[in-house]
Design a protein around this ligand. Structure first.
Ligand code: ZN
Length: 143
């Protein structure tokens, strides 16, 4: 049973381990970029809806770094569906996307500015820097 509460076969399990590693490195790239722009944050904010990966409660912002696979990034080559138990995975991804929408709406109601950065964006340095600076300059003078 993995951390998403799924029982999977060994092949899928190895694949998921690789995906998890990639998620983690995307998070680190985002943290680095936010920090470089002067943003201060706490990570894995379990006291906030959806446990945003980075958040600053006082400044009122929260960022999620979404793995393209788990969060089913639309039109992204990494958002594949395992062939085994296809229906199960499609349901799982639909549920994940629905939860992402609910969490974002809840945080916004609480007054947070919410950003989502996809793993594939995080791994492209130019794209990441553009996405992060846009997130901070649109609503804030200082991150
Ligand atoms: Zn993607």
């Amino acid at each position: 049973v993995n951390h998403h509460g799924l029982v999977v076969d060994p092949t899928t399990s190895r694949r998921l381990a690789r995906i998890r590693q990639r998620d983690t490195s995307a998070e680190q790239l985002v943290r680095h970029q936010v920090h470089a722009l002067g943003g201060r944050y706490r990570i894995n904010n379990r006291d906030l809806p959806g446990s945003p990966d980075l958040a600053n409660r006082a400044k009122g912002w929260a960022i999620f770094v979404h793995g393209c696979f788990w969060h089913a990034h639309l039109n992204c080559g990494r958002a594949t569906v395992p062939k085994r138990n296809r229906k199960f995975w499609l349901d799982k991804f639909a549920a994940n996307r629905a939860r992402d929408r609910r969490v974002k709406a809840t945080l916004r109601r609480l007054g947070f500015r919410v950003g989502v950065i996809w793993e594939c964006e995080a791994e492209d340095a130019v794209r990441l820097s553009r996405v992060v600076s846009r997130f901070f300059t649109e609503a804030f003078t200082r991150p």
